[in-house]
Design a protein around this ligand. Structure first.
Ligand SMILES: NC(=O)c1ccc[n+]([C@@H]2O[C@H](COP(=O)([O-])OP(=O)(O)OC[C@H]3O[C@@H](n4cnc5c(N)ncnc54)[C@H](OP(=O)(O)O)[C@@H]3O)[C@@H](O)[C@H]2O)c1
Length: 314
């Protein structure tokens, strides 16, 4: 059993990724605590008896320690944030008073723009950003399937470089077989990932197709190419173009390599859930506006995805 009195990591957002990290922590006997939204979801979790964790052919019920904002006992020193990007600030507000001023906050998400807002909310905290290509999904509530192996990189949100603290945080989050590697320029990693997501995810949501099927649709390919040109133009204005050499080629390769995948944006649309479009294409368009640039093709995809995902409010 875990030691619930003194959790090493609190996990905010017990969805696919949060449950994945929590499950491997539990399996390696590390103490973690899942923070649920409210008393109701905590009670439902307790009634379920834990997280049904599937990796390979094996499924087991893991009784990971859990709480909700009203039942948090110990002050939070280390927090892994695995909500969707647009859910982050609301989720953090609910537990704000429990977070120690100098806590370590790790944002493990797609999308950009959130870390700056978290830093403003917690000015003395050590903020880290992480990016993963591990694949996980929730077949039903309180269940997670580890569907694909990948890599996870972590870096300081505000500075470049490697530090002993970063190495120890990376090690502390490497619950076997998950391996988290320190990265000296995580913003560049996230920028590349954002660019690739902008070029693939909205189009899969609009055409309702798997990643690889975009390559067979001339209209989608033309839009993909315009999206990439606009991102390269913006990257140049921001001095980030060296991070994106070969972006055209890379996007095609990712669409091909993940050909059979249904993107998370497509899955969200089909399930009637809010998408992460605002932290992906929305963030890109906002940055462009600040630079005095317009990105008509990206803006069109942003408008279209917002239109077909009724739960994104503006
Ligand atoms: N899944 C993957 O394979 C994968 C891979 C790479 C990157 N990512 C990124 O990782 C991030 C998380 O993705 P995910 O797939 O794990 O999403 P997810 O399954 O939707 O998980 C998000 C979790 O956050 C919870 N949450 C939302 N608001 C909350 C609040 N106020 N308080 C407490 N919990 C709250 C949600 O609770 P409810 O269940 O109650 O809504 C849900 O359990 C995203 O940025 C995603 O793009 C995911």
């Amino acid at each position: 059993m875990s030691n619930t009195a003194n959790p090493i990591w609190s996990i905010l957002g017990a969805g696919a990724i949060g449950s994945l990290w929590g499950s491997y922590a539990q399996r390696s006997d590390q103490s973690t605590e899942l923070i649920f939204r409210d008393r109701r979801s905590l009670a439902a979790y307790r009634q379920h008896g834990g997280i049904n964790f599937t990796a390979g052919a094996k499924t087991e019920l893991l009784n990971i320690a859990a709480c909700c904002p009203e039942t948090i006992k110990a002050p939070i020193q280390q927090l892994l944030i695995t909500t969707k990007a647009q859910q982050t600030l609301t989720a953090l507000q609910a537990i704000e008073t429990h977070i120690l001023p100098k806590a370590s906050l790790v944002i493990l998400q797609n999308g950009l723009g959130i870390a700056e807002q978290v830093q403003a909310q917690f000015p003395h905290a050590n903020i880290y950003q992480a990016s993963t290509t591990e694949g996980a999904y929730r077949p039903q509530p309180f269940a997670v399937v580890h569907a694909g192996r990948g890599q996870t990189l972590i870096g300081h949100a505000n500075t470049k470089g490697l530090t002993p603290q970063l190495s120890s945080i990376a090690k502390a989050l490497s619950f076997s077989p998950l391996a988290v590697s320190p990265n000296s320029n995580i913003k560049a990693v996230l920028w590349r990932k954002l660019a690739i997501n902008c070029a693939i995810n909205p189009l899969t949501a609009i055409y309702r197709c798997r990643n690889g099927e975009l390559l067979d649709k001339p209209a989608a390919l033309a839009q993909m190419s315009s999206v990439v040109n606009e991102i390269l133009e913006l990257s140049k204005a921001l001095g980030l173009d060296q991070e994106l050499a070969d972006l055209h080629q890379q996007v095609i390769e990712v669409a091909r390599a993940t050909g059979n995948n249904r993107s998370s944006m497509l899955q969200d649309i089909e399930a009637g859930r809010e998408t992460e479009i605002d932290a992906i294409t929305g963030y890109l368009c906002q940055l462009a506006t600040k630079q005095g640039l317009s990105l008509p093709c990206n803006q069109q995809l942003l408008d279209e995805v917002r239109r077909i995902s009724p739960q994104n409010h503006h």
